[in-house]
Design a protein around this ligand. Sequence first.
Ligand code: BES
Ligand code: MN
Ligand code: ZN
Length: 512
Amino acid sequence: MKEIIDVGLKTRKVGPDIAGPKTDMLVVGRFSDGKGLNKLEKELNSRLDGAIDRLIKLSDFKAKEGTSAVVYGSDRTGAKRILLVGLGEKKKATLDTVRKAAAIAAKRGVELKAKTVSLALHNVFGGRFDAAAMGRAMGEGAYFGSYRYDEFVTESENGRLDRLKVEVIDSDSAKIRKLTKGLSCGTAIGRSQSYARTLANRPANVINPPALAAEARKLARGLKNVSCTIFDEKQLKAKGMGGVLAVGAGSKSEPRFIALKYSPAGKAVGKPTVALVGKAITFDSGGISIKPAPNMDQMKLDKSGGIAVLGTIKAIAELGLPLNVYGIVPSAENMPGGSSYRPGDIITTYSGKTVEVLNTDAEGRMILCDGLAYAVKQKCDVIIDIATLTGACMVALGKYMAGLMGNDDKLIKQLQKAAEDSGEKVWPMPSGDEYAKEMKSKIADLKNTGSKWGGACTAAAFLGQFVGDTVWAHLDIAGMDIFTKATEYTAEGSTGFGVRLLTTYLMNLLEK
Ligand code: BES
Ligand code: MN
Ligand code: ZN
């Protein structure tokens, strides 16, 4: 199988003549409300006999967010191409503006087969953001933008780059030091997000639960301070993980329960132990309550939550964060068949609670409840679950934000802050007692579906029954990783949503 595009990221100190260095593509940021040309644009413009001026005067490029324009260099510029990237209105700019601009640059670089892309994006922000934070954002963005999933494409018309070199250029040594620090953090996070995207994008005939468990084991081996426990079907039976077993019963591929533990010896004393619990349904056909045919292929992405957890463990272990973190990933394939679980079945879950199955397509909550109960048994202080859980969440919020529910205001606020910082957006939704009441069964403790309304909220309320008094939040990412189209920032397919958000949440815990 073909490797994904390898991204090499570094800083380069250039002379005071920042318009001069040799590169395949020099990337310059521009605000839509900027008056005239900035210093770097002026220098380039004069070497190109007014080409940038002409472009702007023709209004071919208005520097709106998400847009870019190529100007070709001459022998008076070191750059073969100059990419102007629109940053939108100056007062609205955030670190996400920097991240997205780097993503556009990397995406255009790959499309135009520019081997070296030199980012001079940060300069126009002046002192508004810390240089390290901008370095991190550019690193994350470079990975995000250059990513494409093509490991099974054997016949492509024009070939593609195997390696993209991205360098952040500056003439100031102190700034370079900060940028370098930020870039190395952005590299760990960006690379982990790309890792997650590839795992998520792999189809269900390639990644089934045992294959995912093998990936997790391989991941743990390659990281420092990460151990990996895997339960196979026999062990799931011995433990009484009835939810995972029920959902996995209809598939030829056995279910697995994956528990990674990142525990940096000695470093995490006095810090909370956080459990990340992710849904990894390697294919969701709906089971006996089978889904309609159109777009069913997209349900290979129903493992995205679990994979975001693996990606986050990779990132924090590479960063060496001083925290104890569990990565708990129950995995099954939801298929119809002679041995499938059925509507009407009553399942005893790992917690001891019984669940009446009313719809086998509400399978995410059936595996997550065992994952949550496991996290409680490990005495974790905080539990965050992440799942492509409901179509209802997508109906409510669309494709730009994940639903956020939970039982603790402080945790909700921390996740909202992490969303702002990471650019992976969330929106708070309710899931209180009224919703929980809908999930009570007459013949078991709970049932796995509620009424017609508020499906994202009742699903969350169901999960909330399995965390006891533990501080808990739930992220419904159904709209974020399934049915995603290519944008100006990145390719179609999995976005790896959650890796940046959860890693940022964990990094922010260390800031106080
Ligand atoms: N994986 C789906 C949720 C989903 C649907 C994600 C469409 C993205 C796009 C989940 O397992 C599911 O099927 N949920 C059902 C729940 C219902 C049966 C209560 C749903 O949302 O329809
Ligand atoms: Mn389903
Ligand atoms: Zn599902």
